[in-house]
Design a protein around this ligand. Structure first.
Ligand code: NAI
Length: 685
């Protein structure tokens, strides 16, 4: 057919092999080859049916996303699918590995679907800001009904083979030789004259209330994004439109979304996340993912990291200085496993396996076994240095010694040891078992091998590692601090915490900055500001509001009061007149007259502050690749994915206009503001 699709004959059955490494993306060449193959099948009277199968690790992992940024290339997938359905002979999809997006839509157009164990199927297009555009929204409801199709497509669900069999998405799981079984099945269907096409099946009737309920839940979970609404519209249409009209309506919605800015932002993040673990300092270095992980400190982060390592199949040694803290930590980890068993998300056997791989101990001599040691003790330099000295006496030569520090100087920690080359940062986010981001921090002396081991461990844990230089706040906390500082400026100038939070939440952040500050507690940042007081530029603008809140005992949710007040035992922020009075006093102390803000201005200043800090980070070399910063913000700080991140936003702008905006931000911000270089921000790499 062509280089990407070949037709092999197995007697009277055509075996159409899709071979487009690495993931068999459904590129134009693949589509062209499939179309040719279907034409051969239709015309060749010696062929009575066909099997579609992928070479390599999977069937088709989805569309070739690079094509999305170019004009549509022929043939399009609907034409291929029409050819499959119209060839007059049975076609069996033999699925293995990933059969996602367009790959699964192709499979749905076949007359039968057989899957190898380990296959994952699904229509996750909504996570890329589009909808299935080749019949997914019309054929899936014919199997699972409209409400469930809404849940699956809007939730971008990926389903393992066993669940797919239960749901009727695949007809059989073939544990033996998939190709042979699929050929036999195609032959049997040909003999029986059986062509059970989904397009001929009616959509199961359901109550309108069930559809409305599914749509409401999907819109809520999908934050009302346009692709979610479009998917609901397309799926719902399947109930009343003849299939060809439903397909046409779906395609129109797909083509409109495909060229949207939102889809471009989501694709940008998709590629940035795929590349996030690559870093020039790792070129030519490879490392095996470590098996034995020691975690020092069994607090919030230590336990979360231990859970993640256990989930990844590692052996975990949990160490403490304090017996009671160790017991609490180990129980917390076991209880986490038990609760997942209770909720049906983990089998009892898997939970027992994880518990058995956890060794909690006060005996640090056991450290000698570890490949990687991750320190998660109190955030104090002297404490961490002392821990690293102690770890060093026990750890084997070449073991990687990592710190989970949020703000401390990694080089100062490394300098406490005689093997700074083995020291790196592994900055997990809270809760560590949930958040995918890990900043892998490269100290002055960190060896490429140690860094590569950190990256390999993070990947084994199914995390998104981003390599960052060692500088205050690394990438994420530094950009986030600049953003929060700008929001504090706006409080001082006249906005209220609620107005700022609401504006940024409406923009898409999971939470506004002041609600976030209350949730994490104001005291840590307060202590940090006190520590920095002596070295701070006295001429720089400094907002006293947070200090005054802390001095008043308003340390955030845990104290029942911070920027907001909280009813006993709740985390629901309520605007507090006392805070308004405190802010008014801070303004009066500086002789500032409050002015009003629009929500647009709040978002604009907050985003410009992020962009400016991003430019500074790039100039300092802390972040190596601009897109890494977007990965960090979207995965660690609740930045709305559909906005792409500060770098993506900046690149939507013309350089001169952006420069003018940053100059304006500098004027709004006052003394101490350091202006970043727009050229750095807009440079490709
Ligand atoms: P935590 O206070 O919950 O836990 C610290 C644990 O370390 C305690 O169990 C304590 O007994 C133990 N510990 C203290 N000194 C020790 C020593 N010398 N030897 C052995 N164990 C010792 O603290 P958390 O929140 O887990 O933070 C730990 C680290 O993670 C800090 O560096 C923090 O900055 C960082 N981090 C925290 C995040 C958070 O959201 N909590 C997020 C990312 C990083």
């Amino acid at each position: 057919m062509n280089a990407r699709v070949r037709l092999e004959r197995d007697g009277d059955i055509a075996v159409v092999v899709i071979d487009n490494p690495p993931v068999n993306a459904g590129s134009a060449a693949v589509r062209g080859g499939l179309l040719d193959a279907m034409e051969t099948l239709r015309r060749d009277h010696t062929l009575r049916g066909a099997v579609l199968i992928g070479a390599g690790p999977g069937f088709i992992a989805g569309a070739d996303l690079r094509e999305f940024d170019t004009p549509l290339q022929e043939p399009q997938l609907p034409a291929v699918i029409a050819a499959v359905e119209g060839c007059g002979k049975p076609v069996v999809a033999a699925l293995h590995g990933a059969a996602l997006g367009g790959g699964f839509e192709l499979a749905l157009a076949c007359d039968a679907r057989m899957a190898a164990p380990g296959t994952v199927v699904g229509l996750p297009e909504v996570s890329l800001g589009v909808i299935p555009g080749a019949g997914g929204t019309q054929r899936l409801p014919r199997i699972v009904g409209i409400p469930r199709a809404i849940g699956m497509i809007c939730g971008a669900q990926r389903m393992p083979a066993a669940a797919a069999l239960d749901a009727g998405l695949v007809d059989a799981i073939e544990p033996g030789d998939l190709r042979t079984a699929a050929v036999a099945h195609a032959r049997a269907m040909a003999l029986a004259g059986d062509r059970p096409r989904l397009r001929d099946r009616p959509v199961p009737q359901v109550e309108t209330a069930a559809v409305a309920h599914a749509a409401e839940a999907a819109l809520k979970a999908g934050r009302g994004r346009p692709a979610v609404q479009a998917a609901i519209d397309a799926i719902s249409a399947a109930a009343h439109l003849p299939i060809d009209e439903g397909l046409a309506a779906e395609r129109t919605l797909f083509e409109r979304l495909r060229v949207s800015r939102e889809a471009a932002a989501l694709r940008h993040l998709f590629f940035a996340e795929r590349d996030s673990a690559r870093h020039p300092s790792l070129d030519g270095t490879s490392a095996r993912a470590p098996q034995r992980v020691a975690v020092v400190g069994a607090g919030t982060m230590g336990c979360g990291i231990a859970i993640t390592a256990l989930d990844a199949g590692c052996d975990v040694l949990l160490l403490e200085q304090d017996g009671a803290a160790l017991d609490r930590g180990a129980s917390r980890i076991r209880e986490h496993h038990a609760s997942r068993v209770r909720s049906g998300r983990l089998s009892a056997a898997d939970a027992a396996g994880r518990d058995a791989r956890l060794h909690a101990s006060l005996d640090w001599a056991a450290l000698g076994e570890a490949d990687v040691v991750i320190e998660a003790v109190f955030e104090e330099l002297a404490v961490k240095q002392q821990v690293f000295r102690r770890v060093e006496t026990q750890a084997r030569p070449g073991a990687v010694l990592a710190s989970n520090t949020s703000y401390l100087d990694l080089d100062a920690i490394a300098s406490a040891t005689r093997r700074p080359q083995d020291v790196i940062g592994l900055h997990f986010f809270s809760p560590a078992q949930v958040m995918r981001l890990v900043e892998v921090v490269r100290g002055r002396a960190s060896s490429p091998g140690a860094l590569a081991t950190g990256v390999a461990l993070a990947r084994r844990m199914n995390k998104l590692p981003v390599v960052t230089g060692n500088a205050f706040g690394f990438i994420g906390n530094r950009v986030f601090s600049a953003y929060r500082r700008q929001c504090e400026f706006m409080l001082e100038e006249g906005a209220s915490p609620l107005q700022v939070d609401t504006a940024l939440q409406d923009f898409g952040f999971a939470m506004g900055p002041f609600a976030v500050a209350d949730l994490s507690g104001l005291d840590i940042a307060w202590r940090m500001r006190q520590a920095q007081a002596a070295t701070r530029d006295p001429a720089a603008r400094y907002v006293h509001i947070a200090d005054r809140l802390c001095e008043a005992g308003r340390l955030g949710c845990k104290a029942g009061a911070g920027y907001y007040r909280y009813a006993e035992g709740t985390h629901t922020p309520q605007a507090d007149p006392d805070v308004q009075a405190l802010i008014a006093q801070c303004r009066a102390d500086k002789g500032l007259a409050p002015r009003s803000f629009t929500n647009d201005e709040i978002v604009r200043r907050a985003m410009l502050a992020m962009m400016n800090e991003t430019a500074l980070l790039l100039a300092d070399g802390v972040a190596r690749r601009p897109a890494d910063i977007d990965v960090v913000l979207a995965n660690g700080y609740g930045f709305p994915r559909w906005e792409g991140g500060p770098v993506f936003l900046a690149r939507q702008r013309v350089a001169a206009a952006l420069r003018d905006d940053l100059d304006w931000l500098a004027r709004c911000s006052g003394p101490g503001f350091v202006l970043g270089d727009v050229g750095r921000l807009l440079a490709e790499n």
